[in-house]
Design a protein around this ligand. Structure first.
Ligand code: NAI
Ligand code: OAA
Length: 276
């Protein structure tokens, strides 16, 4: 049940997604105020704050985001940021919304955070991000026999990933679709930390323990970030497919991911009737 007293928000990460979230709050579309921000790149936090009507305080490090009277810390930074700060946010009795969900496929981290949420009575929210149907997958998790995620992106949305460079695939010379990864969700988020958080979301929803099957395909002929989940089991079967427009400020990230975060924050801050 959402806590409608959530009104003061701190933001970790002022990149493509963090900027959209901050602007949605600043525009008055969410019943909340952005009180504090932090980014390890100081020019990012300053650039964001300069562009906002209501100026949040720029803090000196991640931990200061939860050492004030905010209710909710929103993470839109990186898996490393989650590993660094998530536990202290919960210990400081703040709720936490995580977008770099891949961090949770480290079993030790998941268990520590789950225990801390119980002990301190706080919640960690994982918006459905760049995928859809997370609620349905969670509902049928006890009946699942098979789940596979296939993610297809333009090579420019996959550039700079050491795993691809080491595997000898030359993204620049592809003239058709090429599989660049096949394996488990746990390995996918390790090798593609900024590209496949959706695999972690699906795996957490299905209680897969990191074992959900994942394929990543580079296809120079497409300009969308496409995620397709095929699931089957005792409930029947489902195919969930999204064809996402990439965020113009970060082609790895889909616009839907930021919109999903904003909608989740809006719901947490307003209560009322909510679908899904
Ligand atoms: N859950 C989902 O469906 C999706 C999740 N994501 C993830 O959400 C996160 C945000 O995405 P974008 O805004 O597009 O990325 P971005 O690269 O545009 O921005 C990330 C910002 O966080 C900052 N940052 C990174 N590590 C940090 C740390 N340890 N401490 C403080 N600041 C740090 C960077 O300097 C940068 O300004 C990424 O981890 C991305 O992989 C992206 C798309 C979908
Ligand atoms: O935004 C997307 O399409 C997917 C993505 O980067 C992620 O899951 O990390």
């Amino acid at each position: 049940m959402p806590d409608i007293s959530l009104r003061r928000i701190a933001l970790l990460g002022c990149g493509a997604m963090g900027t959209r979230i901050a602007r949605a709050i600043d525009s008055g579309g969410i019943n909340a105020v952005l009180t504090h921000v932090y980014d390890q790149a100081p020019e990012r936090s300053k650039g964001l704050v300069d562009s906002l009507k209501t100026k949040p305080i720029i803090v000196e490090n991640t931990h200061l985001l939860s050492s004030n009277n905010t209710n909710l810390v929103v993470e839109a930074a990186s898996q490393d940021a989650v590993k660094d700060v998530a536990l202290s946010v919960i210990q400081n009795k703040k709720d936490l919304l995580i977008m770099s969900v891949g961090a949770l496929l480290d079993e030790a981290i998941f268990e520590v955070l789950a225990d801390a949420c119980r002990e301190y009575g706080r919640s960690i929210y994982l918006p459905s991000g760049a995928i859809a149907g997370i609620d349905a997958l969670r509902a049928v998790r006890g009946e699942l026999e098979s789940v596979t995620l296939t993610t297809t992106k333009n090579p420019r949305s996959l550039s700079g990933v050491p795993y691809i460079e080491q595997s000898g695939v030359d993204l620049g010379s592809l003239d058709g679709p090429a599989e660049v990864f096949a394996g488990t969700a746990a390995d996918a988020v390790r090798h593609f930390p900024a590209n496949i958080n959706v695999a972690a979301l699906i795996d957490v929803a299905c209680a897969g323990g990191g074992s959900t099957k994942v394929r990543i395909v580079a296809d120079p002929s497409i300009d969308r970030n496409i995620h397709e989940v095929r699931a089957s089991g005792g409930f029947g079967s489902m195919i969930i497919r999204v064809e996402n427009v990439p965020d113009p400020d970060n082609p790895r990230t889909s616009l839907l991911a930021a919109l999903s975060a904003i909608e989740r924050i809006r719901g947490l801050c307003s209560g009322g009737i909510m679908a899904g």
